[in-house]
Ligand binder design. Structure first.
Ligand code: NAD
Length: 340
């Protein structure tokens, strides 16, 4: 028995989650919903996905340009067990009414406030606590990256305090209306909202975050200083822990990955999905241990890091897999992140 999944909102995140769901052995992608015709709508049909009309969209807008639609979002919701909402920020909360009316479980994204759902979700950090919840929210890309790293460090050495500065990308590659295209823009909300967002998953994590926005579209980079509770034996012990955890990629010096351009070139070489980099990226050279103090950089591919998390959130909500690590392994195998 495969669970039947709908994707409402077929942009940057929605189209990736759709492909990821379609690859899972225990899930069936019933359809994707879009507000208006576009190259992405055409690609959905080319991939064999059933296309539905959502939001203020009209079926005739699609049929007039030769795109065939299978019905409206209400039609789609009648035929699924769960919906992944990947609409723009704050629209998910509006859409929640549709899901409630259809008596459906739903997965929301990080652009919604935490109270849109029963719990915020991260597969490594709190899968067990989210099992069986009807509404889950996969936290934003930056929060996902911090929560994953926190799951690794807390479990082994404990965390007394975490300071992180987020160097944020200005826009996704296809977004031409956002900026800056020159300049470094401090986020004057101090500390930034990311720390409290991580705490929606790990409430007792002592963390303070600050952020700047810079003119790049490739990835975010986090500059971390973590005071651990117990000192690790050495640097290798910590890096081995990251290397041994799913959804982490640690680059060695001989790989000559000097920064985010080479990370994304590696992703293009690898050629998964949309040439995505769904793992947290760390560097051997970008890690230093001084007693209980760990300093490290990590890079986060904003467009894709939440994709495997959405798949695991579906399994958690529907209680398809009791063990988070087993769900992660299943997801990552289907996505090609790990070998069989
Ligand atoms: P996007 O703008 O690329 O895609 C959103 C899609 O939803 C578009 O196709 C849009 O036409 C459609 N839409 C508009 N109104 C709708 C409605 N009423 N119902 C359903 N769909 C509607 O946005 P995105 O970047 O994919 O972001 C989606 C969510 O994921 C947001 O909550 C965002 O904060 C979150 N998120 C985005 C990123 C990122 O870097 N892009 C990373 C992590 C999380």
């Amino acid at each position: 028995m495969r669970v039947r999944v709908a994707i409402n909102g077929f942009g940057t995140i929605g189209k990736r989650v759709a492909d990821a769901v379609a690859k899972q052995p225990d899930m069936e992608l019933v359809g994707v919903a879009k507000t208006r015709p576009s190259y992405e709508a055409r690609r959905a049909l080319e991939k064999g996905y059933s296309l539905y009309v959502t939001g203020q969209g009209k079926p005739e807008d699609f049929s007039s340009v030769g795109l065939s639609v299978a019905g409206t979002i209400q039609d789609l919701l009648r035929n699924v067990d769960i919906v992944v909402d990947a609409a723009p920020d704050k629209i998910g909360r509006e859409n929640r009414k549709l899901y409630e009316a259809a008596g459906l479980r739903a997965i929301f994204q990080g652009g919604e406030k935490a109270d849109v759902a029963d719990a915020s979700f991260n597969a490594l950090a709190n899968y067990a606590a989210c099992r069986g919840k009807r509404m889950l929210r996969v936290v934003s890309c930056n929060t996902t990256g911090i929560a994953r790293a926190a799951a690794v460090l807390r479990e082994r050495w404990g965390v007394d305090h975490w300071e992180v500065t987020l160097v944020r990308r200005a826009a996704d590659p296809a977004e031409t209306k956002k900026g800056p295209i020159n300049g470094i823009m401090p986020t004057f909300h101090l500390p930034s909202h990311h720390g409290p967002d991580v705490q929606t998953i790990l409430p007792d994590l002592h963390i303070a975050t600050t952020a700047v926005v810079v003119p790049t579209t490739l990835m975010h980079v986090h500059v971390n200083h973590v005071r651990l509770t117990r000192a690790p034996k050495d640097t290798a012990e910590v890096l081995d822990a990251f290397r041994g955890t799913p959804r982490f990629r640690v680059f060695a010096p001989w790989e000559h990955v000097d920064g985010t351009p080479q990370v994304m070139e590696y992703a293009r070489d690898r050629g998964l999905g949309f040439n995505d980099m769904m793992e947290n990226v760390l560097w051997d050279e970008g890690f230093r241990l001084d007693g209980r103090d760990a300093y490290f950089f990590q890079a986060i591919h904003q467009e894709s890091i939440v994709v495997p998390e959405n798949v695991d959130a579906i399994r958690a909500s529907l209680e398809m897999e009791p063990d988070g690590r087993a769900s992660i392994a299943k997801t990552d195998r289907a996505l090609g992140l790990t070998r069989a």
